[in-house]
Design a protein around this ligand. Structure first.
Ligand code: HEC
Length: 121
């Protein structure tokens, strides 16, 4: 029973929050996603066109696929320009305040994955 409770608590601690994820994706001081990607649903006046649009991304990638790409796109394309949001390996010229810190926390990544998972059309 105790183990089951611990499992449930761990799962809920990592459950992504769709609304927080939506806010993070829209926030240029936090995620920068829309600097490179377009996302029609964001309604943002300035959306990127450097990267594939995130529209309907959940029809192409499941939660694990999204998570792996946001965490570190270099696993799929070593020369990608997308920042590795959950890695501190192999980076140059990192500002002192960010040294040794990933750009997103695990919870923020969960939140973004939860939000992108709702983009099914
Ligand atoms: C500096 C530009 C840049 C930023 C910032 C950026 N990306 Fe990307 N992203 C890319 C590029 C370019 C690709 C195409 C894959 C490649 O590089 O080979 C990509 C690919 C992706 C993919 C795979 C899309 C597909 O259809 O296969 C996802 C999902 C994604 N990005 C999500 C995000 C999220 C979420 C954020 C913000 C947390 C973000 N990206 C920030 C440039 C960026």
């Amino acid at each position: 029973m105790r183990a089951l409770l611990a499992l449930v608590l761990t799962a809920s601690a990592h459950a992504g929050d769709v609304e927080r994820g939506r806010a993070l994706v829209a926030d240029r001081t936090q995620s920068l996603c829309l600097l490179c990607h377009a996302l029609t649903a964001s309604g943002d006046a300035n959306q990127g066109n450097l990267a594939p649009p995130l529209d309907a991304v959940a029809t192409r990638l499941n939660a694990q696929g999204l998570r792996d790409r946001i965490a570190d796109m270099r696993r799929f394309n070593p020369s990608t320009v997308m920042p590795p949001f959950r890695s501190t390996e192999g980076l140059r010229d990192v500002a002192p305040a960010w040294a040794g810190r990933a750009a997103l926390t695990e919870q923020q990544l969960d939140d973004i994955v939860a939000y992108l998972g709702t983009l099914a059309k």
